[in-house]
Design a protein around this ligand. Structure first.
Ligand code: GLP
Length: 263
C-alpha cells in the first residue's frame, strides 16, 4: 500500500481527485468506482472544479457506486443516488446512461446484485475505485466479518454504522438496517484503489487497517492484499500510525521512487 500523509482535508481531497483525474485523462472511457459519505465531498468538489476550469472530460467515463440503502427510493434525500447527483453528477458532463448506483427499491435484490456484478464485468472491470472507511473499519457497507471473497449482495448494517450515519437522518429510527453493497471481493478486483480518510475519529481504525494484521473484523485491512492501493490521510486520521516517518520519506523523495519504481 502507498500511504500518503497530507496536512488537511483540503490537501487529502485534492490528491484523491488528482488520482481520479489522472486516470480519466489517461483513459477517457475509464470505469470509476465511487463512494459516498462526508469524506469524498471535497474530492467531488475538486473534480467539479477540474471539469469547469480545466475541462476534465467525463463524457465517456462509466461509474459504479459502491452501495445504497435498501428501502430508500432514488429521490430520497438521504439515498446515495440522490447524494451522487447532488454532489457530483449534475455538475459534470457525465452521460446519465453511464452512471450506475445500486437501487434501494428493487423487488428482487439478489437478482439485482447479480446484474450489477455482470454490468461491472461488461464494462471491463473497475479501473479505479474510490473508498472511504467507516469507523468500524468497513469499506462500502462490508461490515465486520464480511468475507474477503464477498460479491455485491445485501448486508445488514452494524449498530455502530447506523449510529454514525444517523447524523444525516431526522432520527436514528429512520436509518435503514439493510443495504446493497459491492463485496470486498468485488472491490479488490478494481485495478487501482484510492481510500481517503480524515478526522480524529478515523485515526484508530486507520492505524489498524494499515499497520495491523489482515482481519475480516476490519474489512479495510483487505486492501493489504491489493497490489495497487493508495491510502490518502489527513493529519488527524494519520495521528496513530507508527511509520509516519517512512511514508513521509517516500513522499519527499518521489523523484527517487519514480526512478526505481517507475511511478
Ligand atoms: C458509509 C458508506 C461508506 C463510507 C462510510 C464513511 O457507511 N457506506 O462507503 O466510507 O459511510 O462515511 P464518512 O465519510 O461520512 O465518514
Amino acid at each position: 500500500m502507498e500511504v500518503i500523509l497530507t496536512e488537511d482535508y483540503n490537501e487529502m481531497s485534492k490528491i484523491s481527485a488528482g488520482e481520479i483525474a489522472r486516470q480519466v485523462r489517461k483513459k477517457p472511457n475509464s470505469v470509476i468506482g465511487l463512494a459516498t459519505g462526508s469524506t469524498p465531498l471535497g474530492t467531488y468538489k475538486e473534480l467539479i472544479r477540474l471539469h469547469k476550469e480545466e475541462g476534465l472530460d467525463f463524457s465517456k467515463v462509466i461509474t459504479f457506486n459502491l452501495d445504497e440503502y435498501l428501502g430508500l427510493p432514488p429521490a430520497h434525500k438521504e439515498s446515495y443516488n440522490f447524494f451522487m447527483w447532488e454532489n457530483l453528477f449534475k455538475h459534470i458532463n457525465i452521460n446519465p446512461e453511464n452512471v450506475h448506483v445500486p437501487q434501494g427499491m428493487v423487488e428482487d435484490a439478489e437478482e439485482f446484485c447479480e446484474w450489477y456484478e455482470k454490468e461491472i464485468e461488461k464494462a471491463g472491470g473497475i479501473d479505479l475505485q474510490l473508498l472511504g472507511i467507516g469507523s468500524d473499519g468497513h469499506i462500502a457497507f462490508n461490515e465486520p466479518g464480511s468475507s474477503f471473497g464477498s460479491r455485491t449482495r445485501v448486508k445488514t448494517l452494524e449498530e455502530q454504522t447506523i449510529e454514525d450515519n444517523s447524523r444525516f437522518f431526522n432520527s436514528i429510527d429512520e436509518v435503514p438496517h439493510f443495504a446493497i453493497t459491492m463485496g470486498v471481493g468485488t472491490i479488490l478486483e478494481a485495478r487501482k484503489i484510492v481510500l481517503a480518510a480524515n478526522g480524529k475519529n478515523k485515526a484508530q481504525v486507520c492505524a489498524r487497517f494499515i499497520e495491523g494484521p489482515i482481519d475480516s473484523q476490519i474489512t479495510a485491512s483487505a486492501l493489504q492484499l491489493h497490489p495497487h492501493a493508495v491510502i490518502v490521510l489527513d493529519e488527524a486520521a494519520s495521528s496513530q500510525l507508527k511509520r509516519k516517518k517512512y511514508y513521509n520519506w517516500i513522499r519527499d523523495n518521489k523523484h527517487m521512487v519514480k526512478k526505481y519504481l517507475g511511478r
